[in-house]
Design a protein around this ligand. Structure first.
Ligand code: SF4
Length: 469
């Protein structure tokens, strides 16, 4: 995914990932012989950006670079940017300013959505930068690095007209427990508030055999959980002769020996089919969680947002999910205070929360983005009013989550353990439905293990349990 685009809004919260210093990094591939140089990538943004950073790291590993321990020691310093947050450009230039003092002798690069958005302007405002590459041009990165290595002063990749996806010889995997596979890049929708079509280009899907080969290699490397990524992941169109549908590729990945959980994010309601629900219902390895961003509960606002569905059409898709044989949790993204949003439009969003009964909602106030049609729409909502509506919405959703989570007390779930809170002597992990469960256990090393936990207490955003069995 937003924040103004769909992919993994939850993951925006994990912004600020320095890709190089994770001791638990799982090296899936070996790079070229060392060339004595090192790189460091500082990443902001959604899950797509985090995974892009893993692939960009792979480009450098394949050329013999090693990950640097710190920014100061790196020969190549890359800032992987996000344009979702307000004042994104200001923040990027401020960070680049902080790097100015250490730029001597280094290659400084700006990659990601803000690179695409600001383009050449980055060289003007930060002349110590020598590489600017937007996310739609990553496949050109090896060539751009070649040019820099042969003495090039300024190189730039900003083309949006590609039909290709970003395939790398190597991908550095920074998360030891959960592996990400991008199956579709770019977006062909044109939501009026969103910069993604401008920063990531047209939609292009990867061939299913390439996706499945990567998933098999990940399983062989010991990964048990895979998350398929795309701005609109369920718009996937297999370009290979196999012509696998999205629901079919989900089933195929889940059928790979060793893979226990498959997630996907983010789905566009317009492309959400019954087949996806059927696949989840009949394939135990597909997690029982769907992130289906609605953005507003008012059809009038949805039209202004150019979301291509009405409230009723969205609710119909929710009814398919609710009719599944196993419970499937549903989360969503909501934008509050879109231009022209009246009190009654907002009331419709609140009533949608009640009607759907989401397990989680990532809500943001609307803020205009460059290169979007919504930016020049009349009837802007005052900031104070937007904040007021956001607080009301968050409070309503919090009550819904308390009620939903309380019903889970006494139930037992399988948890994939991904965190150890040493100070609290507690472990934490996620259910298949993506709920966070904190629990105590007498065992000393549970990271990556699947355990059973009985829920003893509910909070709005997580559960507390105890290990059983
Ligand atoms: S334009 Fe694409 S990425 Fe942006 S919000 Fe719409 S569907 Fe999502």
């Amino acid at each position: 995914m937003g924040k103004s685009f769909d992919i993994g809004i939850d993951e925006v919260r994990a912004a600020g990932v320095a890709s190089n210093v994770r001791p638990e990094s799982r090296p899936l591939d070996r790079g070229a012989p060392a060339n004595g140089k090192s790189f460091f990538i500082e990443t902001f943004g959604c899950q797509m950006n985090v995974h892009d950073a893993e692939k960009v790291a792979g480009v450098f590993l394949a050329r013999g670079y090693r990950p640097a321990e710190s920014i100061a020691e790196a020969d190549v310093l890359l800032y992987n940017t996000c344009s979702i947050r307000e004042k994104a450009a200001q923040k990027v230039f401020s960070r680049l300013g902080a790097w100015r003092g250490i730029a001597d002798g280094k290659i400084i690069g700006v990659i990601g959505c803000l690179a695409q958005q600001e383009g050449e302007e980055i060289f003007e405002r930060a002349p110590w930068v020598s590489l600017v590459c937007g996310s739609a041009s990553y496949r050109k990165l090896p060539q751009l690095v070649d040019e820099l290595e042969s003495g090039g002063r300024r190189v730039m990749g900003l083309a949006l007209d590609t039909n290709e996806t970003f395939e790398t010889e190597l991908t550095r995997r920074d998360n030891p427990l959960r592996a990400y596979i991008t199956i579709i890049e770019g977006c062909d929708y044109a939501c009026s508030y969103c910069v993604v079509p401008h920063t990531r280009g047209r939609e292009r899907s990867r061939a299913s055999d390439a996706v499945l080969t990567e998933a098999r290699r990940l399983a062989e490397a010991g990964y048990t959980e895979i998350q398929l990524l795309g701005q609109t992941v369920n718009s996937y169109r297999d370009p290979s002769p196999s012509k696998l549908k999205f629901a079919e590729i989900l089933r195929e990945v889940a059928a790979i020996r060793g893979i226990r959980r498959v997630r996907f994010t983010t789905s566009h309601p317009n492309d959400f089919s019954r087949e996806i629900v059927d696949a989840i219902d009949t394939t135990p390895g597909l997690c029982d969680h769907i992130h289906l961003p609605v953005q507003s509960g008012s059809t009038r606002i949805l039209q202004a947002m150019r979301r291509t569905y009405s409230r009723e059409e969205y609710l119909e898709k929710i009814s398919w999910i609710r009719a599944a044989r196993r419970p499937i949790s549903v989360t969503s993204d909501i934008i509050v205070g879109f231009p022209g949003e009246s009190e009654s439009d907002f009331e419709e969003t609140l009533s949608l929360l009640d009607e759907v009964g989401y397990d989680g909602v990532y809500a943001f106030t609307y803020s205009p983005r460059p290169n979007t049609t919504a930016k020049s729409m009349p009837d802007a909502i005052p900031e104070e009013e937007k904040s007021k509506r956001l607080a009301i919405l968050q409070d309503r959703q919090r009550q819904i989550q308390i009620a939903r989570n309380e019903k889970l007390v006494g139930a037992t779930f399988e948890i994939m353990v991904d965190t150890h809170h040493a100070a609290r002597s507690q472990w934490a992990g996620r259910t298949s439905s993506n709920l966070i469960v904190n629990f105590g256990s007498p065992h000393s090393n549970l990271l990556g293990e699947y355990v059973q936990a009985r829920i003893t207490r509910a909070a709005p955003f997580s559960l507390v349990g105890e290990q059983v069995g």
